[in-house]
Design a protein around this ligand. Structure first.
Ligand SMILES: [Zn+2]
Length: 144
């Protein structure tokens, strides 16, 4: 396995968390009598660029299904943190209408809505269709 960033071979396990089912893959009642899939959850660190990354044991389609159940904006404390972070980074990087903010894993737009409100162009990239649709609907922006 090679580093996703610099493509050097990954030799060092950073953290081994054993095995885990896909996150937010809630079971339905009829699933309860079936075996649940578990995948290794192991982080590697690249000795060249220090990027910490997981090894992919299954496809994104398995991990991010259409009924992905986690919506970041249901947590008021997380929304408060996201707003404070957006204010901090806007000031620190002097972001304005000429900037462009990109978030990978934007979920339902909980963070980027703060940049939309501030008039800062942004783009949210989200692999789960239902959370991305919620972002567009909730924050009324085609950038999310
Ligand atoms: Zn690397």
């Amino acid at each position: 396995m090679n580093c996703r960033h610099c493509f050097h071979p990954l030799k060092h396990v950073f953290l081994d968390l054993g095995f885990a089912p896909p996150s937010n893959a809630y079971l339905r009642e009829y699933d309860l009598d079936k075996p649940e899939r578990y995948y290794p959850l192991k982080l590697f660190v690249c000795e060249y660029c220090w990027l910490v990354q997981t090894k992919d044991y299954t496809s994104a389609d398995e991990l991010f299904k259409d009924d992905y159940a986690y919506f970041s904006s249901v947590s008021q404390s997380w929304l408060t943190h996201a707003a404070q972070y957006a204010d901090m980074v806007t000031a620190r990087l002097d972001l304005n209408q000429n900037s462009y903010v990109i978030e990978v894993g934007a979920n339902d737009g909980y963070l980027l809505k703060n940049f939309v409100t501030a008039g800062i162009p942004c783009l949210g990239i989200e692999p789960t269709a239902d959370t991305a649709a919620a972002a567009k609907k909730k924050w009324n922006s085609d950038s999310l």
